[in-house]
Design a protein around this ligand. Structure first.
Ligand SMILES: [Zn+2]
Length: 116
């Protein structure tokens, strides 16, 4: 019988799969990414943002910076283009930008208050 993981063990195993995928060849790394996703779904875990951006959402190819994907910005989105299947994955950066601007505005207003 297959060993059953608890949720924390599953999280650890998912991290291991991704670390292993970074070292393996193309086909093996895609299989490891698919395995990690299946494990996360089984335990109803959400993959962290850092891990979600490490593979192609369409063919599960592991992303190696500068080798297997291209990064461009377009209309408030970061676009990852996979070289394996040619599909694009988009991530918005507008919310982060707005948050940063708000923080900056509050910081500067605090400075003005302290100076006056
Ligand atoms: Zn792909």
């Amino acid at each position: 019988m297959k060993k059953q993981h608890t949720a924390p063990e599953a999280k650890h195993q998912i991290a291991n799969y991704f670390a292993q995928a970074a070292r393996e060849d193309h086909a093996t790394s895609a299989r490891l990414v698919a395995k990690a996703r299946t494990l996360a779904m089984k335990h109803r875990l959400k993959l962290p943002k850092e891990l979600k951006r490490q593979y192609c959402n369409h063919c599960y190819a592991h992303f190696v910076p500068g080798k297997t994907y291209r990064v461009r910005t377009h209309e408030g989105m970061v676009v990852y283009t996979c070289f394996t299947c040619g599909a694009c994955t988009r991530f918005s950066y507008k919310k982060q930008q707005q948050k940063k601007r708000k923080e900056k505005a509050t910081k500067s207003s605090l400075l003005i208050r302290t100076q006056a």
